[in-house]
Design a protein around this ligand. Sequence first.
Ligand code: AMP
Length: 287
Amino acid sequence: MQIIRTVNELLKTVDEAILNGRTIGLVPTMGALHQGHMSLVERAIKENDITFVSIFVNPTQFNNSEDLEHYPRTEAQDIELLENAGVDVAFIPSSNEVYPEPDNRIFDLGEVAEVMEGKMRPGHFNGVAQIVSKLFKWIKPTKAYFGEKDFQQIAVIRSMVKNEKFDLEIVDCPISRENSGLARSSRNERLTKEQRQHAAQIYKTLKQSKDWQNEGLKPSEVIDKVIATLDQIPFLKPEYFNIVNSVTLQPIAQWSDTDLSKGEYPIGCIAVYCGDVRLIDNIKYID
Ligand code: AMP
């Protein structure tokens, strides 16, 4: 596996791959890799001639400096995982390499970026658009892989791809979960053993919410019940739980407010603090 730390070397390697007519898969990550990331990596390897994985804890997408400071960094272990999986190139740049000058670009990401994570984490999605657009310009992937754990992020990236006219395919990949049901996340490493056990109630409650839907509760009633249930669990503090249209990301009042023929379905998206660790997850209300 080639480990690249500079943009110059990256551009050379990409040029060569394109000259040789190779399809390029890209998996952007912030490292501290786990099985969730690796499921994206494995898919990229299967579907492309050459696979690039980027590892960069992007400062411009953190709206909370403590979260940035505490974000886990496990580079040596990450490199070993990627090497063993058969990745061709790991791009691991420094902040100066990515941002030699401050990035002042403001992206118009539309309504999908204004709710939920966009509302709770001002500037977050603009920072995501800054780094992902740079990676797309440099690596020119045929396909780029993103996880549905960050469901809203995928919608935001699709909006950016459309506005910036990037010629590539965005591939969404299902959420990988721990045995307990907890969505895998680099941030889980910051939970104590006890907190991690309680955090499993997030997905249990999301699954239960499908029963509540089937029993005839309206979206607003399901929302209240999910929040009330999680409020009872030690360490957990729900920040928001919204039931939204999977395409527009706007809240729905009735389950029938989505149109499956347009690829729309209801999805419940949640952010919960477990201690001081912020976790997100989601559940689709389709079979
Ligand atoms: P991150 O390193 O957290 O920025 O994540 C890099 C990519 O991996 C993003 O597209 C995430 O959505 C994806 N990802 C992270 N955790 C999971 C998971 N548990 N299941 C599926 N994809 C994931």
